[in-house]
Design a protein around this ligand. Sequence first.
Ligand code: GDP
Length: 416
Amino acid sequence: LKLFKFAFPNENVRCLSTVGHFGFECFPYQLVNRSLQRGFSFNILCVGETGIGKTTLINTLFNTNLKDSKSSHFHSTVGLKVKIYELQESNVHLKLTVVKTVGFGDQINKEASYLPVVEYIDAQFEAYLQEELKIKRSFFDYHDSRVHVCLYFISPTGHSLKTLDLLTMKSIDSKVNIIPLIAKADTISKSDLQKFKSRIMHELNSSGVQLYQFLEDDDAAAQANTSTSGLLPFAVVGSMEEVKVGKRMVRGRHYPWGVLQVENENHCDFVKLRDVLLCTNMEDLKEKTHSYHYECYRYRKLKTMGFTDVGPDNKPVSFQETYEFKRQEFQDQCQREEEELKQKFMQRVKEKETAFKDAERELQDKFEHLKKVQQEEIMKLEEEKSKLEEEIISFCKMKAASEAPYSQVTNMRKDR
Ligand code: GDP
């Protein structure tokens, strides 16, 4: 009864109007309530040179001064600065993760500049995959850090894209939704800006860089998004400064010749970008991250791990079968490696044994040779000894012979 409000506008006709919702038309309201209770999360990656206006633009987008320190131009490598903020607007809670490149474009080595960005995106996918593969998962309180959108800040040179821009975008376009921005667009004239935009889009198309495709679900959305796509890359200006224009205070940048109003669509595309990010496409960006980019990562990863949905005979293969097959393959490999190690060990032992035997034989030969030399020496000495003895004997004989006549003479003298 509470659901109905009875009204009697006149005496004859009784009108009933509902004051609440009932039936399955309530489903969307349940979703809204649940989402409000849980809160929202959104992860933004800002890629661009140091001082190009990343921090200022994020502050302008969320209309708050998100505390962050200034980065220097003298980093030896490219890094990523991750900051998580808890924001609230009326009764909507937002957990915002802002990841900014540090030192990007300050290095000579281009590969070293974009690889950390690629690695960061992959690492977030990997963390989610690891959680997904756990037996006891806890997605309820899991902080999903996968990057939902990459705001790519292009330098307002008015010329063309830099090689680093093309290389970076090409290497991340299959991993993240890229929205290109011309930073500090207040530094380019209107006519130059149009030419610059079309040149950038031409270069991106000819290099095959995939940008985020705006929603085309229904006719109205398709029409709105075609006009939005036509503005790419968004020419943005960031500022947290309040400037007086007439009687109003607006956010803008004050110059000697006038005021650039950040939220004036004739001055820049900031409002369009904010609408896309926060009002119309946030859910789609998250959805595409999960159902396209993450799926691609998961597919590639599981494939390299050997998982597949169909076997070589084109028959479906279950996860269990693949697991059993992989386990068997792993056991076989372990056995093979153990066998190989054993063989190698035996071979080494044999080699050492022969080396020891050779050394022993050499020593034996040396010993025999020395023994022979020693024996020869002894024999020589024996010979010399016997020679000396013979000489002594003959000397004694000679001595005796020489002494005999002398004693005869002495004896005769005595007799006389
Ligand atoms: P980050 O290093 O990329 O985060 O750059 P910051 O946001 O710290 O901005 C560096 C400088 O550029 C600051 O002095 C900002 O005031 C200025 N800046 C930021 N956005 C704009 C812009 O849209 N136009 C102009 N002209 N200057 C800007």
